[in-house]
Design a protein around this ligand. Sequence first.
Ligand code: SAH
Length: 425
Amino acid sequence: MNVADSDRLARALESLDIHPASNPADAGLIILNTCVVRQSAEDRALGRLNSLKPLKRSNPDLIIGLMGCLIGIKGNSALEKRFPWVDIFAGPSDPEPFLRFLSKRTDQQDSESWRQLVDDVLDAEFGITTEAQHTVSENLPIVLGCSHACTYCVIPNRRGREQSRDAKKIISEAQVMADHGAKELVLLGQIVDRYGLDIPGGMLLPQLLRVISQLNGVQRLRFLTSHPNWMTDDLIDAVAELPKVMPHIEVPVQAGDDQVLAAMHRGYTNQDYRELVARIRERIPGVSIGTDIIVGFPGESEEAFDQTYQLLKDLRLDVAHLARYSPRPNTYSAKLLPDDVPAEEKMRRFRLLEGLQEDVVGEINQQFLGQTQEVLFEGKSKNKWRGRTPTNRLVFVKSEENLLGQLRDVNISWTGPWSLQGDLL
Ligand code: SAH
């Protein structure tokens, strides 16, 4: 979601003829987008921000902007006091303060046409103008905010309540993206499978997938992140039936112990999740499933953690994003539940799951050895082209051809837990 917000703001700026500098010291405008989902992310954001202060001191004309969840949709006056040398503050998914600031700043000649340009970019909502070039795989937010209130999570507080975006707008943005270089669209929401439920009579995610997958130029569609309780049969059917919707589902379990799940306010049990995975696998052959896990939630005993370990061991999921519990400001768990799993123990549990997952995914990936996979190439890393299989596995290929944006058959010649390598057929 943050990448999508940054990309959109960058495109809006490009439409104003403001282009990327090669490094911060050469820039006239620096905007830092921030994530605060865990304390480590917040610390990193503040560290980066402080590292910009000397640049501002040596170049007082430098404009510095701070955006994202560090600020939140309601604004944060404490931050404004703490960082008086920051010129612009903006919440998540909100490029407007930057554009307004830039619009006011130009007071020389041509200011009328400049203001008009800024207004046009604002009207285009979020920098989706017909001018901008899009990357091969584009993120397209469809649900903003979140209203679920998992007890550990700061996102609802910073991104506001759940709001599905208008289907017509989404579809027309998708078409603009596809017309300007995007081959794959990734529909985003904190609980993306709730898309449309807050709009009476609105289009739901399965229908939206059907419509977007028919747009000219859209070759692949993905969506994330799902919540287990909202993964309807309709949605699973849409993934199974629509050839352009990739067989990859990100559906976080967060923990394997029922008491911990209840304390997290997730709304399902270990058994529910196992049944969901079985249902998805039965309906979508070859599907890959990703999950998120938090270790060391308050009250997570050794036995409770074993439930998570056993769940991952049994289900053999394709991806697990692991995190150590981090108390976040103004969340229910931070206020009311003691952070009672020691840091070293959180690390030990994290490492155990990491090791397990490395073995599992290493084994799963071996089945691709010698197989042909269709790969969409997104870019180059060092001397190799980088792309993804339908199940979202990273593939590296050496080739003299320009593969950017191409869908090509690749014979897999090497597999590891985190990537594959192959040769063009
Ligand atoms: N809305 C999605 C993703 C939320 S953020 C969902 O609910 O699944 C991405 C991940 O960060 C979460 O899935 C969770 O695993 C992790 N996370 C969120 N809050 C956290 C916290 N306080 N401490 C540690 N990890 C956290």
